[in-house]
Write a protein that binds this ligand. Sequence first.
Ligand code: UT7
Length: 361
Amino acid sequence: MLTAQITGWGKCMPPSVLSNHDLEQLVDTSDEWITTRTGIKERRISHVETSELAAVACHRALAAAGRTPDEVDLLLVATCSGDSVIPSTASVVQKLLGAPNAAAMDLNAACSGFVYGLVVGTNMIRGGTNRVVLVAGAEKLHHLTDFTDRTTCVLFGDGAGAVVLEAGEGTDGVLASDLGMDGSVGHILEVPVDGTQGDRGPIDPSTSGITMEGQEVFRRAVTKMGESAVLALQRAGVSLEEVDLLIPHQANIRIIDATARRLGIDESKVYVNIASYGNTSAATIPVALTEALEEGRIQPGDIVVMTAFGGGLTWGSLVYRWGDRVEPLGVSDVELPPPDRDTMELLKPNFEFFGLPEKLT
Ligand code: UT7
């Protein structure tokens, strides 16, 4: 049977760090509050556009797969913080990569976007339309972050990850998936700007940043990630005991722990890197997958479950049986240009747009 197999993986995390201690200088918060309530210690702030983060992650994933950009026939970029409305971020990434044979499009399912992208890519391969698919999750969320709002500004970060998905034979690869959405409560996590709603007028900072009913999103995330993972496992005919590694969306360590508890999966089988990067939306899972492979947390034959929840409200899970190769075939020498400003300088445009954080006034 034709299957979709991950043959390459890569990430691109911008080097500028915003720590909890830095945030203590901006708003009324503390390292202790952020650490105990979210598990986050620091996040990255990008000095380049979302497309550039995605392109570097894609170069690295292609090198790991032993593929060149011209072999890619479909490029999917999952993002909710793309460079522009038109052209799509995928269009820019296609240009930056030099992938002229790739059809390309963005996919916005917020934090579930990468899982959605993997499912779309899988079915394009199974249907025989495509053979080499690049799926990236890339975000520059600090652009949408209002640093006058302590309830959201401590959560989000920037970064990108990507995988190469290829047509293959055998029993390895994507086994099953589940995707879902509840649009009736979409408003509890939103960024209204840049759409057609409302009259034309000056851009209003109060509708330009991420706003969230945190506790409500939290509650739904725990329920849906658990239910969705179980559904995908049932479709795959795989039991919870057979799961070797759970890679959950990294939004909050308490959501991750509660999801694992609901599923009855031991914490030793759960991949967590939220302390280093915070919530990078569509990028969390491909970045975590890449790091899990780099750290030897995935072995040949392992059952890996990815599960996500985010704006929309969306959710999605995917069950994957890993093949023989857990090492990259090659390494890319493509790097981001170094930042020309420090982290606080990178945040200045936000302060000018949304207003100065209270401790800077
Ligand atoms: O990616 C998918 C979408 N996102 C998520 O899944 C995130 C889901 N939600 C969450 O992770 C959590 O709800 C948050 C981390 C956002 C908030 O944690 P919480 O435990 O639900 O806190 P809370 O909203 O109940 O706030 C508790 C208190 C409040 O003070 P009072 O009213 O008890 O006096 C807040 O004002 O903590 C206060 N607070 C803060 N204190 C210090 C809120 N933000 C901060 C802060 N520093 N940054």
